[in-house]
Design a protein around this ligand. Structure first.
Ligand code: PMV
Length: 301
């Protein structure tokens, strides 16, 4: 029986989280850690889904459901996953949805352009998560470092090369849904203030875009520092995140911030080759777990 396997990269958001949910742009980079999905046809009453390394099966189930609905498919499938993304907030939900839909299109020989793959994957994530920008889906489909427009969902490739970033896990998994809700409530209470913050974040995203294109890492670090100040105002940082960020700066990083919804997960720091050792040491000393990955290089699906 034919078996199809598709691998998609995980991601880290570099600038613009939360604002992107409200239609503003962000910058996201794929990482060289992958999630793969294997599928075969199954002669059974229902699908068989085994997902080690993917904590929440609802995303896979929804992706299969949406795929079957869209292509009026009556057949059942067996699906298994293999993940290098672990529980570090590297975008396993988006990656598994993209890989599932892509694997199913390959298995059933359906030609689905990436734009439509994005739309189906985004629909799946929205049904489960309620609110989401889709930036992580774009990263899993296109790879590299991309500028993502939260309104039009258009992407612009900024780089395919490794970025000089160190990534450290705080030790605690963040809850994306809860953090999105927190910012939503804050915006309901203080719309003008929050929209002003989102506009400033957008300016930083634009500066960061130029800095990445010019490989101006000092500037990128500075922009990340400012973005972190604004994320603190959005109340999504934690003492563990702050501690790691302060440690990286003291050890000579160009700049650092949390990456993702906040409340835990990872911090990212822009660091010159000369300072790598000191920054890693400082992060470990302050409770961070350095992730062994390369940022900005995950391949196109
Ligand atoms: O927590 P993560 O890594 O899934 O990132 C969430 C980023 C948000 O902007 C808060 C949500 C989104 O869908 O853009």
């Amino acid at each position: 029986m034919q078996r199809v396997t598709v691998s998609t990269p995980g991601k880290l958001i570099l600038l613009g989280e939360h604002a992107v949910v409200y239609g503003y742009p962000c910058i996201v980079a794929a990482v060289d850690k992958y999630l793969s999905v294997s599928v075969t046809e199954l002669d059974a009453e229902e699908d068989k889904i085994v997902t080690p390394g993917v904590a929440d099966q609802s995303f896979v189930k929804e992706a299969i459901h949406i795929f079957k609905e869209k292509f009026s498919l009556k057949k059942n499938i067996s699906l298994t996953t293999k993940s290098e993304l672990n529980n570090f907030g590297l975008g396993s939900s988006a990656a598994v949805v993209v890989a599932t839909i892509k694997a199913l299109t390959n298995l059933f020989q359906i030609d689905l352009p990436n734009k439509e793959l994005f739309d189906l994957a985004y629909k799946s994530v929205l049904r489960i998560q309620g609110k989401a920008s889709g930036f992580d889906i774009a990263a899993s489909i296109y790879g590299g470092t991309i500028y993502f427009d939260g309104k039009t969902k258009k992407t612009e490739l900024l780089s395919k090369k490794e970025l000089p970033l160190i990534v450290a896990f705080t030790g605690r998994k963040g809850n994306t849904r809860a953090m999105i809700k927190k910012v939503y409530e804050l915006r309901k209470k203080k719309p003008e203030l929050i929209d002003k913050i989102f506009c400033r974040i957008t300016q930083l995203v634009k500066s960061g875009k130029e800095a990445i294109k010019e490989k101006n890492w000092g500037e990128l670090g500075q922009v990340m520092d400012e973005n972190q100040v604004l994320l603190t105002k959005l109340q999504v940082t934690t003492p563990a995140i702050d501690k790691l960020i302060i440690a990286t700066r003291k050890a000579g990083a160009y700049g650092a911030k949390l990456s993702g919804a906040g409340g835990g997960d990872c911090i990212i720091a822009v660091v010159s080759a000369m300072r790598q050792r000191q920054v890693k040491k400082a992060l470990r000393k302050n409770g961070g777990k350095i992730l062994d990955l390369t940022v900005g290089v995950g391949g196109r699906i």
